[in-house]
Design a protein around this ligand. Structure first.
Ligand SMILES: C[S@@+](CC[C@H](N)C(=O)[O-])C[C@H]1O[C@@H](n2cnc3c(N)ncnc32)[C@H](O)[C@@H]1O
Length: 347
């Protein structure tokens, strides 16, 4: 997937084509403003206010306690971004914005918006330092309880769509009974798979601070005893011997360095039953020289900044699995989240 600038008319098309438009300005001037405007709009309740009927600048400003002139500017930008339509002097949410940004919609990314606005945004200021030192900020080591809550809600919001596709496509036998979900947080991936495979039960291994905040999110998913949290640390805990038919590690490998991922793979290989599968579900870093890809590329830099590690290529992930004695099985790309894949190995 790529971001591109699309012309509104033939003259703009010609100007872009002739390369007389200074397009980097889109990145350095427009995108930072766009990102912060959308985050603040979500945080200040602007989308919810319009959905509830505040359909003029004055009504939005009053409902959200904002300055009228600043609100007009914000609404103009959000309309250009197609969050809103403006007709007959009234704002309405577009159908697509309604689906993705309203708090209570199942596919909404609202939780991610709050986390990015309230917790993640200041981290971006550290990018220059990271580029010079190569040392990330390792946020798991110093979040407050409130920040852990925003984080776990964000993970739930970011993976609602993916988890459904995971539940349908993960190559797990219908006879599977036991699953370990390493760094499983909210449990959406486990729940999706348990819904497909009636005898499956899952244990979610996550850090205690995460579980404190993720427990109510998991409870809301309604699988009861079949999906349970276990507080621990994937880097130091033993996973047992021939106990599981499926072990999933989703979006955690990018927080671990190569050596740590190899050590985890060794423990996974021991804990799987013969025929069991190890699924590493991840953002994929395109191989050097391969076609550039925006999702894998931008998250690679982001996880470098936040955890010093970063994304890995499919070949690197397969190498950890093979190094632990597992056989390559399948690589399954996501339709709904480009740049992500399940890299699956079998015991
Ligand atoms: C980016 S989130 C991914 C959550 C979920 N698996 C998903 O795909 O949406 C990473 C999760 O791993 C957990 N985590 C981080 N370090 C860990 C460790 N050493 N052991 C176990 N879990 C860890 C975090 O608390 C967090 O819940």
């Amino acid at each position: 997937m790529q971001l591109s600038i699309s012309p509104d008319n033939p003259l703009e098309w010609l100007a872009l084509r002739a390369d007389i438009v200074p397009w980097p300005l889109a990145h350095v001037q427009i995108m930072p403003v766009v990102a912060k405007a959308v985050l603040e709009a979500a945080d200040k309740g602007v989308f919810e206010a319009v959905a509830a009927g505040a359909d003029t600048v004055a009504a939005v400003a009053q409902t959200c306690n904002l300055h009228p002139k600043a609100t007009r500017e914000l609404m103009g930008l959000l309309t250009a971004l197609r969050y809103f339509k403006y007709q007959n002097e009234r704002f309405t949410l577009t159908k697509s914005a309604r689906k993705w940004v309203l708090k209570d919609n199942p596919e909404s990314v609202y939780g991610m918006m709050l986390f990015n606005n309230r917790v993640m945004w200041p981290w971006l200021d550290k990018m220059g330092e990271y580029l010079q030192t190569g040392k990330g900020i390792h946020y798991h080591d110093h979040l407050t309880a409130e920040q852990w809550q925003y984080y776990q809600n964000a993970m739930l919001a970011a993976t609602g769509t993916e988890a459904k596709e995971f539940g349908r496509k993960a190559p797990v036998a219908k006879t599977a009974t036991d699953m370990l979900d390493i760094g499983g947080s909210h449990g959406q991936h486990s729940v999706a798979l348990c819904r497909r495979i009636p005898a499956l039960r899952s244990t979610i291994l996550d850090l205690p601070e995460a579980i404190e905040q993720a427990a109510p999110l998991l409870a809301r998913l309604g699988l009861g005893e079949r999906v349970q949290h276990r507080p621990g640390n994937a880097l130091t805990d033993d996973f047992g011997h021939e106990q599981y038919d499926v072990i999933l590690m989703s979006s955690l490998a990018h927080h671990f360095n190569d050596e740590q991922n190899r050590a985890v793979a060794q423990k996974v290989a021991r804990a799987l039953r013969p025929g069991g599968v190890y699924i590493i579900n991840e953002f994929i870093r395109p191989e050097t020289g391969a076609k550039p890809e925006l999702v894998g590329g931008s998250t690679d830099l982001f996880y470098g900044l936040t955890s010093t590690a970063g994304n890995y290529s499919i070949a690197e992930i397969k190498d950890w699995q093979a190094g632990a004695g597992l056989k390559p099985h399948r690589v399954i790309n996501y339709l709904t989240i480009p740049g992500r894949a399940m890299v699956v190995a079998k015991k």
